[in-house]
Design a binder for this molecule. Structure first.
Ligand code: NAD
Ligand code: ZN
Ligand code: ZN
Length: 343
């Protein structure tokens, strides 16, 4: 009889996930099977389960793309991994390896990529598969719970900050201080940047101050554009992780001349930009999607050295639906990581 495992399954968009016994996958050639110890809950998992984006996952599917655990089995032809190794499974499940993007260090733009917890089953389960070439080796000093948020929130904001081209000593606005934003503040500080934090939640702004943001602004009560222009003459760059289209326009308007806005949040919708301002101020607006395997190794190293420590609430796997509810309501501080042990 096939081995079974517990998993949280999306059977219908905008409906609660079902905790079910499903067939445990076997690693095929070139794949490893990971026994999940911890999996972070990213707002992307919520977008996936709601069917928010134009290309939707096909139902049913298992979300989760911040999975960390031990390798439980290796498929044929796998080198570099053995049973018991510590591994993470990020959003970039696999890329083709041969297209123009893959061979030029832009595997995150590969048109033939698969995404964990979206186009293939993810880590809200006791076991998850990963191609051996794309699973992330985890530094020994980093526990599974601490490693989990780095696999998406960490690498995404680390890359997004690099893409903002802000240099040490310069100002960066981080808009949205949730799972992504609170680690972004720490990467920014570790890179020597000065941080303005923007969020509509008081708890999020308190966390940002504690983590070293020098200026915090709540757009629910203060015009963030006027405030940032008045206080620092505009920021050199911005990283928008907020789940609100309005925050995108505001982010661009918080820049000083020559600045770059790195767009990372993915609320469905559109936003507008003032053409004359963008042109005359030579602004750059740039999307940024997760990071490459190289970016991920670097992002994990910051965490292994204790320079980035995610603020984590551990929740039992069975509580995934109430975690989603709180994420939707903006009531999560830092990241919730689901614990899979003993489920
Ligand atoms: P989260 O829910 O933990 O955090 C979102 C934060 O945005 C919350 O703190 C909320 O209070 C804040 N916010 C809401 N409206 C705001 C506003 N008007 N101004 C400022 N802040 C506001 O979510 P998360 O897990 O950090 O993910 C954030 C977004 O990033 C999601 O849309 C997610 O899908 C996306 N994402 C993108 C990538 C990528 O590679 N581009 C990777 C991961 C996640
Ligand atoms: Zn994510
Ligand atoms: Zn490719």
């Amino acid at each position: 009889m096939a081995e079974m495992m517990k998993a949280a399954v999306v059977r219908k968009f905008k409906a609660p996930l079902k905790i079910e016994e499903v067939r445990r996958p076997d690693p095929g050639p070139g794949e490893v099977l990971i026994r999940v110890a911890a999996c972070g809950v990213c707002h992307t998992d919520l977008h996936a389960a709601e069917g928010d984006w134009p290309v939707k996952p096909s139902l049913p599917f298992i979300p989760g793309h911040e999975a960390a655990g031990h390798v439980a089995a290796v498929g044929k032809g796998v080198s570099g991994w053995k049973e018991g190794d510590r591994a993470g499974v990020p959003w970039l499940y696999r890329a083709c390896g041969v297209c123009d993007y893959c061979i030029s260090g832009w595997e995150t733009l590969c048109p033939d990529q698969k995404n964990t917890g979206y186009s293939v089953n993810g880590g809200f389960a006791q076991y998850v598969l990963a191609p051996a070439a794309f699973a992330a080796p985890l530094p020994d000093s980093l526990g599974f719970v601490q490693a989990a948020p780095i696999l998406c929130a960490g690498v995404t904001t680390y890359k997004g900050l690099k893409e903002s081209e802000v240099r040490p000593g310069q100002w960066v606005v981080i808009s949205g201080i949730g799972g992504l934003g609170h680690v972004a503040v720490q990467y920014a500080k570790a890179m020597g940047l000065r941080v303005v934090a923007v969020d509509i939640g008081a708890a999020q702004l308190k966390l940002a101050s504690d983590l070293g943001a020098e200026l915090v602004v709540n757009p629910a009560t203060t015009d963030p554009v006027a405030e940032v222009q008045r206080q620092i003459g505009g920021a050199h760059g911005a990283l928008i992780t907020a789940v609100s289209p309005k925050a995108f326009s505001q982010g661009i308007n918080m820049l000083r001349s020559g600045g770059t806005c790195s767009l990372v949040g993915l609320p469905p919708g559109e936003f507008s930009m003032p053409i004359v301002e963008v042109v005359l101020k030579r602004l750059t607006v740039r999307g940024s999607i997760v990071g490459t395997r190289k970016d991920l190794r670097e992002a994990l190293q910051f965490a292994a050295e204790g320079k980035v420590v995610a603020s984590i609430e551990v929740a039992p796997f069975a509580q995934v639906n109430s975690v989603f509810e709180r994420l939707r309501a903006g009531k999560v501080s830092g990241r919730v990581v689901l614990s899979m042990e003993g489920t």
